[in-house]
Design a protein around this ligand. Structure first.
Ligand SMILES: Nc1ncnc2c1ncn2[C@@H]1O[C@H](COP(=O)(O)OP(=O)(O)OP(=O)(O)O)[C@@H](O)[C@H]1O
Ligand SMILES: [Mg+2]
Length: 409
């Protein structure tokens, strides 16, 4: 059974551009699992490509293909092959990650008969411009969804132009009657007090301004934990994050502990150095930090800024030499804004604390600002006036467990 909004979309999304924007978990994508077969089959035999654009191929698989495989089975909805093609209902579909400009050329010179667009606001604008010129058949169609971004975002400007060829629908979280009430309650609580409440709950295009971690900046004391409280919060694992400095930025290490059942996370320990340092001194500092965190908190993996492979090799070597039980790996480095949104949720949900022994991280979280020079996009200020290094190290340390933490109610 479809929601009222989903039924309305089925009836009215008959233009070239059909777009759903709005809150998270509001039912924007679900209706498309049942719309796509018809869209693809109606173009059968017509000239042009079917294209699925998402932020990355991974998110296309996760948001679209995997749920559809559960509904229709693998024989009707295939996986993405090495060449980027997935066969859906017998129709080849080119799946492209649209967040980088490198992929734009994949569309050059082709006609697109059908495009499904996921997370449109995360795309590179050139990709969207290219797509506009490729939907050139009388029967070309686009269905797309996204969560809102800032009010001057390029996609919002496109939507505001309106016109005959555009149908659009805006959702709030309450437009999905199938959401369990306790999930909606939790989401509202988790986004309270941040720009994300307006965007992901109310579905509004609102600018990210001022403090990035507003709840934290307003009352850092609320997030402080005394070391004597630690025994009441048994850890299931702990990780290190390492950010390498250079060009005026500092070197930072962070140790984050995850409480049992991934109910919470605690910044336990930090190290920060601004200014020149020899690789040898950096290695010695890391060895001391890693030993301390392994002994006190059971940390066993360090996730490092992948931009510095030589320094990572150095940390690996020192761990071997000193026989430290620490695996040194490259950080995943996913989208910065995903990490920020995640940490804001953890803060709002009362699931993030930091020990008093981490003044640099505390200061970094208090002073982080959205960059006013980038009103069209959410960009965290990184001009050397605030400490981004401690934030990077903190994010590399929690990044591997973002999914586990998010899955916990
Ligand atoms: N008609 C429906 N019947 C049953 N379940 C539904 C229906 N519509 C949505 N849902 C469920 O509600 C949840 C959220 O729906 P959906 O994934 O479509 O939201 P969304 O708006 O695309 O969210 P996001 O912006 O986070 O991508 C999903 O678990 C989905 O299975
Ligand atoms: Mg969705």
């Amino acid at each position: 059974m479809l929601s009222e909004k989903q039924r309305e979309y089925r009836r009215s999304a008959t233009r070239v551009w059909n777009v759903k924007t709005g809150a998270t978990r509001s039912g924007k994508t679900y209706g498309d699992y049942f719309l796509l077969p018809g869209r693809l089959l109606s173009g059968r035999g017509c000239e042009g490509l079917n294209v699925i654009l998402g932020s990355t191929r991974g998110t296309i698989a996760r948001n679209l293909l995997e749920p559809m495989q559960t509904i229709y089975g693998q024989s009707l909805v295939g996986d993405i092959h090495g060449d980027g093609v997935a066969v859906l209902f017998g129709q080849p579909c080119h799946c492209l990650g649209a967040d980088s400009v490198r992929q734009v050329n994949r569309l050059r010179g082709c006609s697109v008969k059908y495009c499904y667009g996921d997370e449109v606001t995360t795309w590179h604008p050139d990709m969207f411009e290219m797509l506009k010129s490729r939907l050139d058949k009388a029967y070309s169609r686009f269905d797309g969804t996204c969560n809102p971004a800032g009010p001057t975002h390029w996609f919002k400007r496109f939507l505001d132009q309106g016109g005959e060829s555009l149908y659009q629908q805006a959702y709030t979280i309450d437009d999905n009657p199938f959401n369990p009430p306790q999930v909606v309650e939790r989401m509202k609580r988790d986004y309270a007090g941040t720009v994300y409440y307006d965007r992901y709950i109310r579905g509004l295009w609102v600018a990210a301004e001022g403090a990035v971690y507003r709840l934290f900046a307003d009352d850092p004391g609320r997030f402080a934990m005394d070391a004597t409280e630690l025994p009441a919060h048994p850890l299931c694992t702990a990780t290190l994050g390492v950010d390498f400095g250079g060009n005026g930025s500092g070197h930072a290490f962070c140790c984050t502990g995850f409480t049992r059942g991934f109910s919470g996370m605690i910044t336990l320990c930090e190290w920060y150095h601004k200014g020149e340092i020899t690789p040898e001194r950096l290695e010695t500092a890391f060895a001391d930090f890693a030993r301390d965190c392994a002994v006190r908190f059971g940390a066993h993996t360090a996730y490092c800024d992948s931009a510095e492979p030589t320094l990572i090799q150095g940390l690996r070597a020192v761990c071997l030499r000193e026989r430290l039980p620490m695996e040194v790996r490259r950080a995943r480095k996913g989208r910065i804004n995903d990490r920020i949104r995640f940490l804001c949720r953890m803060m709002a949900g009362g699931r993030y604390r930091l020990l008093g022994a981490c003044p640099h991280t505390r200061e970094a979280l208090t002073t982080a600002l959205w960059d006013a020079r980038h009103p069209t996009q959410d960009v965290r200020l990184d001009d050397g006036t605030t400490n981004i290094d401690s934030l990077d190290a903190l994010e590399y340390s929690f990044e591997p467990y973002m999914e586990e933490m998010s899955a916990m109610v």
